[in-house]
Design a binder for this molecule. Structure first.
Ligand SMILES: *[C@@H]1O[C@H](CO)[C@@H](O)[C@H](O)[C@H]1NC(C)=O
Ligand SMILES: *[C@@H]1O[C@H](CO)[C@@H](O)[C@H](O)[C@H]1NC(C)=O
Ligand SMILES: *[C@@H]1O[C@H](CO)[C@@H](O)[C@H](O)[C@H]1NC(C)=O
Ligand SMILES: *[C@@H]1O[C@H](CO)[C@@H](O)[C@H](O)[C@H]1NC(C)=O
Ligand SMILES: *[C@@H]1O[C@H](CO)[C@@H](O)[C@H](O)[C@H]1NC(C)=O
Ligand SMILES: *[C@@H]1O[C@H](CO)[C@@H](O)[C@H](O)[C@H]1NC(C)=O
Ligand SMILES: *[C@@H]1O[C@H](CO)[C@@H](O)[C@H](O)[C@H]1NC(C)=O
Ligand SMILES: *[C@@H]1O[C@H](CO)[C@@H](O)[C@H](O)[C@H]1NC(C)=O
Ligand SMILES: *[C@@H]1O[C@H](CO)[C@@H](O)[C@H](O)[C@H]1NC(C)=O
Ligand SMILES: *[C@@H]1O[C@H](CO)[C@@H](O)[C@H](O)[C@H]1NC(C)=O
Length: 585
């Protein structure tokens, strides 16, 4: 019943080719007399390129760079439902310590760089804690992507293995396909275990003297700097030559208040027509924001240069829990609200990983991809337990990660060592918000100063054309419309730290703004000198888009109201809906 109209709509497209979706002759057609012929040629080529061939990766004449008797058991030659050749790919488990089973094993995907080789490994880690990096692999920056709401996996033109050798790892123990009983109580322990795994993994793949980059998102705002710092502390450039790091929408500071409560009102105000709240509710929020000292804190500390070290964070009281109030209220307006990407509305998209935002949801008869026996077999995954996108249990003993905030020590150490660290936040993320991340950067001392010295609002221009939907635009009669995109956000670099604010990106930036993320990685790898393509466009109205200012407010400078709490980041699951409550409780 549902399929018939869908097919009809697809078949109808060529008839509408010279028209806009609204039925009018497309105005740009007038400027592109050769457009139709070009489109037809393109469509033929695209159809040929996309015909399912069943020629998965079984072409034995191809010589793979890392294929040896030791790595062959990890080689992935075919993946269920994937009908295109995805190149050299390995996956499987590697012990943390071959002599101590108690330490468990971590699970990896490894996609060596396509095309000319490079001697680098770029590690990607998802967050949680307890969320699988296979999400990154198959929905963010891997060679094969199958994103929520899409019907089949496709080759990813923005795969990070276009640029570098990519390694996705399920860690710590208890996450995804990593096997064993969680024993970690701190980031230091996790990082030490990761370094042991990584050395073993390199030995299997014959890798030495490579540059190492560590990247990730969300709670990996803790994993990435701690693991990077562990690499630095190893004093061993043969295996741990750390050259740069990147974190998206990262937990780098305090999640009880600074990265959650303080930026909430500003986020809602800047995106009010998405949130859809009425005046009464907005007045209620504004009152809480003021009474609980959030406005005073922002006035005092979200300034450039930084005004001083921020007080240790306190616990939020129920009355001041503006973040939870907003989160719960939004469901009365948008039943399908997704705090990782606020512009999502109903329906909840089908997600092959079973977690399309807020909900655990798989349509009947469609178990999560990585729980399918055919998939588990194809990727050499453990069969003794079932994969989950985010672990149901704790990956820290009793759920307590006792390490200090990343901004306090490890993140500065990594910046000072590499002078190639990129921190970025997406504006459509309500889980980790842009201004909360900036606030924490203003509380970090690196390379001799506290925070950024000047406002981080240079317009970020990205002049590359989006390659992903080329054929879709052409087939829809919209060629000529989608050119270079101009401003994608703001950026700012000081003393080895690059900050990028990305417009309209949700929490998973490589998923929501893959072209933007691709450029971020190019900078981290040193492939481009500047992250921005050009100077600001002549039109200066761009600064006010996305509700972001060209400079920080300078009124009222009263002191904040936050109080001390122990540096316990317990129950900091930024991953599940239940976590919103435990996180803020
Ligand atoms: C691909 O393989 C499947 C299963 O063996 C088969 O049904 C299908 O016809 C094949 N497709 C092509 C294009 O060869
Ligand atoms: C196998 O790969 C080689 C090298 O890329 C290519 O020339 C050849 O056409 C491929 N064979 C098949 C059957 O795809
Ligand atoms: C094995 O690893 C566990 C967890 O790190 C540790 O507690 C134990 O002491 C180790 N055993 C040996 C023999 O090293
Ligand atoms: C990645 O590589 C493929 C194959 O060379 C190419 O078609 C694609 O445009 C590249 N992507 C980017 C963003 O450059
Ligand atoms: C690495 O070098 C530093 C400084 O030279 C030293 O303090 C540290 O103990 C060394 N670490 C290891 C693991 O050898
Ligand atoms: C972020 O903070 C700036 C002050 O630096 C403020 O002007 C802006 O409105 C805030 N944006 C959001 C989305 O909260
Ligand atoms: C305004 O929104 C609040 C919270 O959703 C709701 O309780 C209230 O009824 C609304 N008021 C009006 C006048 O719509
Ligand atoms: C700010 O940094 C100081 C010193 O590193 C730390 O003690 C404090 O907890 C931090 N406060 C916040 C809100 O991050
Ligand atoms: C936009 O930002 C740039 C860089 O901060 C600044 O030079 C320019 O004056 C701003 N334009 C407007 C209209 O605010
Ligand atoms: C904050 O909450 C935690 C957990 O409930 C509690 O252990 C701690 O004592 C509280 N801190 C303060 C300063 O009230």
């Amino acid at each position: 019943m549902l399929i018939a109209p869908l097919v009809a709509a697809i078949l109808a497209v060529p008839a509408l080719a010279s028209r806009s979706p609204f039925g009018r002759v497309h105005p740009l057609r007038a400027y592109e007399p050769e457009g139709i012929a070009r489109r037809e040629a393109f469509e033929r080529a695209a159809l040929q390129a996309r015909a399912p061939t069943n020629d998965t990766n079984t072409n034995t004449t191809v010589s793979y760079r890392y294929k040896t008797p030791k790595t062959e058991p990890y080689l992935v030659t075919a993946l269920p439902d994937v009908t295109f050749n995805f190149g050299e790919l390995y996956s499987g488990s590697v012990a943390v310590d071959a002599n101590n089973q108690t330490e468990g094993s971590l699970f990896f995907f490894f996609a060596p760089k396509a095309g000319d080789p490079v001697n680098e490994v770029t590690i990607w880690l998802n967050g949680g804690p307890g969320c699988s990096s296979l999400e990154g692999f198959i929905q963010e920056n891997g060679p094969i992507i199958w994103e929520p709401g899409t019907i089949a996996p496709v080759a990813n033109p923005y795969s990070w293995n276009n640029l570098t050798n990519m390694l996705w790892v399920d860690q710590p123990i208890g996450t995804g396909f990593s096997a064993g009983t969680p024993y970690a109580t701190s980031q230091e322990e996790i990082a030490a275990a990761f370094a042991k795994f990584f050395k073993n993994w390199q030995d299997i793949f014959g890798i030495q003297n490579y540059k190492i980059y560590v990247t990730g998102e969300s709670y990996a705002g803790r994993y990435v700097p701690y693991i990077s710092a562990e690499f630095i502390n190893q004093n061993n450039t043969a295996n741990f030559d750390l050259a740069g790091a990147l974190v998206y929408d990262p937990v780098i500071g305090d999640m009880s208040q600074v990265q959650t409560q303080f930026p909430t009102l500003g986020h809602v105000e800047a995106n009010l027509n998405i949130w859809g709240f009425n005046d009464t509710f907005m007045n209620q929020l504004a009152a809480i924001h003021k009474e609980c000292g959030y406005q005073d804190y922002l006035n005092k500390y979200l300034v450039f240069p930084a005004s001083g070290v921020q007080p240790p964070p306190g616990n939020v009281t129920d009355r001041c829990d503006i973040n939870d109030l907003v989160f719960e209220e939004e469901f009365s307006i948008n039943t399908c609200f997704n705090p990782y990407f606020i512009s999502q509305a109903c329906p909840v998209p089908y997600d092959i990983l079973g977690m399309p935002g807020t909900f655990q949801y798989s349509p009947p008869g469609n178990p999560p991809y990585f729980t399918r026996p055919d998939v588990v077999a194809a990727i050499h995954a453990p069969t003794s337990f079932q994969w989950k996108e985010c672990a149901a249990g704790n990956v820290f003993v009793k759920g307590v990660d006792k390490s200090a905030l990343s901004i306090e020590k490890v993140l500065p150490q990594v910046i000072e060592k590499t002078n190639r660290v990129l921190i970025s936040n997406g504006d459509f993320d309500f889980v980790v918000m842009t201004n909360g991340t900036l606030l924490e950067i203003q509380n970090m001392t690196w390379n001799g100063h506290l925070g950024f010295q000047s406002p981080p609002y240079e317009p970020w221009i990205l002049d590359t054309v989006d390659v992903r939907y080329d054929d879709v635009f052409l087939a829809s009669g919209l060629d000529g419309i989608k050119g270079p995109r101009g401003q994608q956000g703001y950026y700012h670099e000081e003393r080895g730290l690059m900050w990028v604010q990305t417009f309209q990106a949700g929490h998973m930036q490589p998923e929501y703004q893959p072209r933007a993320a691709y450029r971020h990685l190019e900078w981290v790898l040193g492939r481009v000198q500047s992250i921005s393509d050009a100077s600001a466009p002549a039109s200066s109205s761009t600064n006010s888009s996305s509700g972001t200012p060209s400079s920080a407010p300078s009124s009222q400078r009263d002191s904040g109201s936050a109080e001390r709490e122990p540096a316990v980041v317990a129950a900091l699951l930024v991953c599940l809906v239940v976590s919103f409550h435990s996180m803020l409780a």
